[in-house]
Design a protein around this ligand. Structure first.
Ligand code: FPP
Ligand code: MG
Ligand code: MG
Length: 367
């Protein structure tokens, strides 16, 4: 069948479901304490929801893996199970977004950032204390939703084995999501506590990048596969897609921190280097101009030092090599999708194509 480019646009394929998730998020973060409700709901309000990339990826992944491994008894039962599975997938998408937003709120406290998503950061608008408390509240809400993955009511004996499976794997899903939060925290602490040697190591940078950006999406992609009763092999391909997409995404983010305009990014630019955080473009530039590290080590109390670093970066192939590395990871992500078990199903095929398209969209983005 021929599918138009528009149909393969990753966002439009799941737009309706994303708006269901957006609505659910708004209601799930409510509280009877008005200040808490407005702080926790801050980044879920209309116009501030962000790009919802993670939920989009997870919903597309859910359809991309919709290749049932077992024959299900009757049509009625099959429909109910399919519906229940999709709801579980939506919950994983919702939880992932809550964890992501909680991490951004914490991040803006640590980075003393005034803006996020084109508006004042929560810590700037409501103060650090409310920001941290409401982010903790979001994490707790996320886990409350994860626990509901377990809620199963036995419909009839013939599907009991499916329910037992869901029960066991829901525990595994909760631990995957817990791991991703632990990795977010570990990544942030790694960044805060790098030694002089680690600061200029590409290996340390990539590991931190995995923890801070790729772990959440890779583990949640794996969770999507596991609740769908997929094999460990398929779950690993889903994980590899999320991991490589996340790495490519962050590499581009690190380029945009140098080349993007803060107005279109919705946050300040040049923040990494000003905070002494060394990212891929600079690491590659240092390979060509080792004296750059001595200049960086002087710090940026003198703003002219930033200009010197930018001059070196401009003369080097730092941006280009970072782009090539991002492309390598984008291609690895696409390869994970093309390695999935074959399917002739139209929706499965469309979602897989959209996931592959997304790997290219991510590296050509400018905001
Ligand atoms: C953005 O980094 C921040 C993250 C990707 C995660 C930060 C993680 C924490 C602060 C740990 C606490 C998290 C939880 C869930 C308890 P950035 O500052 O490099 O990027 P930015 O330009 O978007 O600010
Ligand atoms: Mg930040
Ligand atoms: Mg930060």
């Amino acid at each position: 069948c021929s599918v138009t480019e528009e149909q393969l646009d990753p966002f439009s394929l799941v737009a309706d479901e994303l708006s269901i998730i957006t609505k659910r998020l708004r209601s799930v973060v409510g509280s009877e304490v008005p200040k808490l409700a407005s702080a926790a709901g801050y980044f879920f309000k209309a116009g501030v929801e962000g790009k919802m990339i993670r939920p989009m990826v997870l919903l597309l992944m859910a359809t991309a893996l919709n290749v049932p491994r077992h024959e299900l008894p009757t049509d009625g039962v099959q429909e109910t199970l399919t519906h229940k599975l999709r709801t579980r997938h939506q919950y994983i998408a919702e939880v992932t977004e809550m964890i992501h937003v909680a991490s951004l709120i914490h991040d803006d406290v640590f980075d003393d950032a005034d803006t996020r998503r084109g508006v004042g950061s929560l810590s700037f608008v409501m103060g650090n204390k409310l920001a941290v408390l409401s982010a903790n509240f979001l994490l707790s809400r996320a886990f409350a939703t994860l626990v509901t993955l377990k809620n199963t009511e036995v419909m009839c004996v013939c599907v009991l084995c499916v329910y037992i499976y869901i029960y066991i794997y829901s525990e595994y899903v909760i631990s995957l999501m817990a791991t991703s939060i632990q990795n977010l925290v570990a990544g942030e602490i790694k960044q805060m506590t790098v030694t002089a040697e680690q600061r200029y190591s590409m290996e340390c940078y990539m590991q931190k990048t995995y923890y801070k950006t790729a772990s959440l999406v890779s583990n949640s992609c794996k969770a999507i596969a596991l609740v769908a009763d997929q094999t460990e092999e398929v779950a690993m391909l889903a994980f590899e897609y999320g991991k490589n997409l996340g790495l490519a995404f962050q590499l581009i983010d690190d380029i945009l921190d140098f080349t993007g305009k803060s107005a279109s990014l919705g946050k300040a630019s040049l923040t990494d280097i000003k905070h002494g955080i060394i990212t891929a473009p600079i690491l590659f530039a240092i390979e060509e101009f080792p004296q750059l590290s001595t200049i960086i080590d002087r710090g940026f109390d003198n703003p002219a030092n930033i200009d010197t670093v930018l001059e070196y970066l401009g003369k080097s192939h730092g941006i280009q090599r970072t782009m090539e590395l991002a492309m390598k990871h984008a291609n690895l992500a696409a390869a994970a999708i093309t390695s999935l078990p074959e399917s002739n199903d139209v929706d499965v095929t469309k979602s897989r194509k959209a996931l592959v398209n997304l790997t290219q969209k991510i590296i050509t983005r400018n905001k």
